[in-house]
Design a protein around this ligand. Sequence first.
Ligand SMILES: [Zn+2]
Ligand SMILES: [Zn+2]
Length: 269
Amino acid sequence: MAGRLRVEERGVPEPRAGEVLLRVTACGVCRTDLQIVEGELPVHRSSLIPGHQIVGCVERVGSGVDIKIGTRVGVSWVGGTDGTCPSCVAGRENLCDAPTFTGYDVDGGYAGYAVARADFVHALPDELDDLHAAPLLCAGIIGFRALRVAGVQPGEYVGLYGFGASAHLALPVLRSWGCRVAVATRGEKHRSFARRLGADWIGGPLESPPEPLDRAVTFAPSGDVVIAALGALRKGGVVAINAIHLDRMPEFTTIRCCGVSVRSAASPT
Ligand SMILES: [Zn+2]
Ligand SMILES: [Zn+2]
């Protein structure tokens, strides 16, 4: 659909069994949406409504759905899974072998109405308004998951390498856990943003904070950054690689890896 993004009138879709119809109140924009629209990702459907950070109110429900009309919910990139593949059975449905991606395999949220699987919508707390909830449904989920994969414990010293959509949402989470946060990133704009959000140390993408880190998450798509993060860890520390694409896989021969772990937090989103 590259170059063919357009506004058009469509009828309100009908929820099938197990689905809900949402009146969309907000939908975030993610880099993946742009890649789909620009044709940088394989085409899954010739005609598609993009958008996978949907906030909406349940307007109608299909048969077998037990959600009250009017409930405000969010829909994320993972719009459905088979529930039967080894990843799903192991509780890692984000790695499902047969997933349905919102705004890619099925129509997404840049519309007045959207249909979603009822078991893949998330109830949203009232204190979170629509515009603040929407980015949490992709960038927020990804950043939070990276912290989980890194095994961050309350009070630890955590490095964030790269400071875009996911990392800046992860920083307040870390602070709420009583963690100190080091941000290594290029560009004064990102650094001053990190400073405003309360980062304890801020440096360049390949710099190391003066004290060793307990954990680090790399968001930048660079092998050099992974090496820098590994070099900044304490013994037994963990680096979680969040970037889906790295420019190259790093070599580990030039640094002392004292029992450090590298974990991949990336899943196809
Ligand atoms: Zn996304
Ligand atoms: Zn599965």
